[in-house]
Design a protein around this ligand. Sequence first.
Ligand code: ADP
Length: 482
Amino acid sequence: MLIAGQWTDALDGQHIEVENPGRRIIVATVPRAQSADVNIAVAAAQKAFAEWRKVPPRQRGKLLLQIADKLDEQIEQMAHTIAMETGNAIRTQARPEATAAADIFRYFGGLAGELKGEQIPINESMLSYSRREPIGVVGAIIPWNAPVLLAALKIAPALCAGNSMVLKTAEDAPLGVLLLAKACDEILPPSVLNVLTGLGHECGAAMAEHPGILKLSFTGSTAVGKSIMQAASDRVAPVSLELGGKSPSIVFPDANDDWAVDGIISAMRFTRQSQSCTAGSRLFLHADIYDSFLEKLAQKASALKMGDPLDEATDMGAIINKKQFDKVCSYIDEGLSLPDARLVTGGMPDTEGPLSEGYFSHPTIFADASNDWRLSREEIFGPVLMAIRWNDEDEVVRMANDSHYGLAAFVWSRDIGQALRTAHRVEAGWVQVNQGIGQILGQSYGGVKQSGIGREYSLESMLDSFTQKKSVTVNLDIPKPE
Ligand code: ADP
């Protein structure tokens, strides 16, 4: 782990094993940090903050740009590491993630000059202005599904704004983030960034409760997000939460074409084994096109090449770990046992052959689904797509919004007026029309309802999440000295 500028073990010497889920073999061990390690990291970050906040913003930005250059040089090593520890296929996921992490540092590095306040025209004899000041030590907790990208999304804007950071990696995917930390460590002053590897209920909980952490930025499940918010409320610390989703994909009858089918596959994030909070996992298909669209979709989904994440030919890799794999299997099993559910493609994983050696789950589609089923309501975080029939526009919007989540949504129609009307009615932080791509830098991304609080990916996100505004008012009209 990186604590106080040193590469170090946990104080009590305990470790966590890291498994390659494509082969079910242990590839590394990392320190298992406890609250005592958190204390040291926070103290180091507090000390570093005092100096780092004084570094001129554009100088801080310059260092981030240097980190971006360094990350560019090691994209292949990073991609290989990510694929090995997450099971995400190297060509479709791991390499794009490594590339995106460098891009994130470059984007925020370039925004350092935009940490501006405002001047308010109150009257001629008063100067009123605001400053964007850093908050202090930020505690960041990330999941395993896009570990390096999500770490970059927290580190780059928080540090650019002048904060220092203690970041905890996810227990299942710490290696890529440690590589990222190494690149940062070679360029940043010591202790500005501290990276801990540890378990959620030990290291993560200790961070959430630590009085020295003045802001918590969390990406992960809604359940843990709530516990983070509770812990933060005790000291009224601000939180940013990027949580779960059960995102609707609404297909109108005029989109019964290959481009929409390809888009649905991308929106469902099948090539990430659908381990994405924005996965469009509830597919609302209009009755007029229901069967023919599903036929095309099943054909394309089943043609995805599943296999070794490190093989360039692989489209779709492995589920992260046994616990998630078993969870996905139990949802599939439930779908198979529902008399009204019709399996269109996929089903239970292979029990023999090469795919039985890792946690591989086929893209699975259930048709004739009800929006009320558990499979349609809970975030499965695996490649299980529920296809629900609709007839009436009001009805489909009502079903799409009948969820405690509100992260992403997708609308598919050639009629842009109709598509945009629907996009505006859907309760989600991010709606895509006729595409199902990933987040883009510059776009503020985040959820509504129980999908989260706060935004990421943009200048606005850096200002809102990682600075606090101070107002200064100055009387320009004091009497002349006697
Ligand atoms: P996922 O299901 O994607 O693993 P989690 O919300 O369980 O989502 O995990 C996301 C991150 O939150 C991980 O780094 C994990 O270690 C951490 N975490 C889990 N439980 C807690 C907790 N009680 N307090 C703080 N962090 C936690």
